[in-house]
Structures are given as C-alpha cells and as structure tokens.
Design a protein around this ligand. Sequence first.
Ligand code: PMP
Length: 340
Amino acid sequence: MPRYNSVIDAIGNTPLIRLAKASELTGCEIYGKAEFMNPGQSVKDRAALFIIRDAEAKGLLQPGGTIVEGTAGNTGIGLAMVADALGYKTVIVIPETQSQEKKDALRLWCAELIEVPAVPYKNPNNYVKLSGRLAEQLASSVPGGAIWANQFDNTANRDGHVVTTAEEIWHQTDGQVDGFICAVGTGGTLAGTAMGLKRRSGHIKIGIADPMGAALHSFYTSGTFASEGSSITEGIGQGRITANLEGFTPDFAYQIPDEEALPIVFDLIGDEGLCLGGSSGVNIAGAIRMAREMGPGHTIVTILCDYGNRYQSKLFNPDFLREKSLPVPAWLERKPTISV
Ligand code: PMP
C-alpha cells in the first residue's frame, strides 16, 4: 500500500470490482469503478481536487480564501474535504430536496451550508445560479476572497477524469476495455473518461445512461431536448449541454427508469455485498443494456459513484419508497426471526 502525505493523495486510484450478476446476465465482463472508496466517498473528489488545483495554478485562489459552489452534495463534500486539508473555506448552496446524510456530511467537513428550494435551471434562484452570484458577492467581502467552483461549466472537472479515471481504467483492464458508460450530472465523469479512453483507443464505445426526467437521452437520440417522468436518484439528470459535455457524443444512449435501476441497487447488497447509491444503479443498468447491444465477450466499465449509506433515509426507507410508489425490497422490512 502507498504512503501519503495528506488525504488529498488518497483521491483516485480506486479499484475495479467485477459485477458478477451483470456479467453473468450478459456474457460480458462488467466492472464497476469503486469511486465510493475515495476519501470523501464519491466520484466527485476527483473534480473537487482538479477544480481547486486549477484555481490555484491560475492565481485565482488566495491562502485562506473561500470556495463557493452549488451542488447536489457530493461535489460539496469533495470541495470541503480538499479545502479543509489546504486551508480554504467552503460555502455550499444545496437544493433542500437532497438527502439529509449528504447535508450532515457537508456540515461535518466544516462547510457553511445554504439550503434553497429546488427550482429549475432557468429560474434565477436555481441553486447553481445562486452560488455564482454569491461567489461574486463574497469575492470582495471575505478575507482571501472567494471563487466559484462552477463544476458544470468549469472543464477542470472533466480534465480530472481525462488524466486520472480514464488512465486508471485503461491500465486496470490492461487496455482490454471495450466500453464505458455512466450517467451525467455535470458530465465531467462521462465526457472526461470518454475523451481519455478514446485517446487511448478509438475502438472503445461510450454510452450514456440517463435517468427519467433528464433530457440528454432525447438530445443525443433526436437532437432535441425533451424529458418525461422523474427519478429519485440524486446527483444526476441534466437538461442542457454543459461546458463539460461540449464536443462529446456517445455511441449509445439509454434512458433508465428507477424501476430498472433500484432493484439492481437492492440486489447488489445481499448478492454481492455492495451497498451503493441510486446513480450507481442507473449506471449498472446502462452497462447491462450496452453489453446486450454490443454482444457477449466484451469488457465494459461503469462508475460506482457513491456509497448507499448516503441515502439511508430515502433509497433504503420503506416509507419513502412507498410514497414514491416504488417497490420495497422484502429484506428492508424483515422482522427478527431469532429470539435470545
Ligand atoms: N452520481 C452521483 C451520486 C453524483 O453526486 C454525481 C455528481 N453530481 C454524479 C453521479 C455525476 O457525476 P458528474 O457530475 O461527473 O456527471
């Protein structure tokens, strides 16, 4: 095992874990990149680190300065963790609909949290736009100034995946990877990993797994933005081409309903010992569809974005699932069978 100088060095270099059931179902080798093993427990640690290092390199971030961001939670956790380690402060604007566990984690990592109503991107009070305005205000009023991380349109996010995620996957598969697929929040993970892998080999196919309520599936299949339905998954679901997605085109595009993604998340716990968040279910469902379309014998990699305990109060809460008319797995309501 390596020896690190700080928690920052522990970001990335996550293992690939073979997903047995998905592989057996399709005759392919399907692997999940265990991003929940990052020190901030999600794929977004990589973007957080690259965004902060890029701002430092450009001279935008002064010692003791403040990083402001609008985030569904995981980017904020990554930013707060890296900021703590490097002596910066964080102010995080989060839609109040996000899980309590992510808000608790943000406070634990010393972020100042501003909870706002969840409104669409076109509304000026959308959390992303609010965070941009707040960063501008704070830039001249707090010691060390403030920057806006701007994860959606800051391509330092994508660069992190070109340089790290894609290279790691290439080496971990000994260059034998045939396909990569994941969902989009900012698009940094998908577009960055795709760019890096395509640079290594033009034959690698790229897929997007879009949750219901997002508009990218429609855009990439018909050229127009349209969305229907909704999803309880967090951190994914995009309605526009962010700067991170510019220049990116997938080879395959799938729309994954929660009814398809959530049983995968539930079964993975008891069957394979993997406890993951909802977006990982969308990703694995996408990998299964892509494997079926590509045919047996291929190696396909997807992202296991974060750990299930970040959603205990929602995804693993029978009352919440019933409220959303989603199936409740039997083991969640299991009564004790042994008495002592
Ligand atoms: N899954 C989860 C749980 C996330 O928090 C995010 C980021 N918001 C994503 C997937 C999507 O990653 P990206 O922003 O790189 O598209």
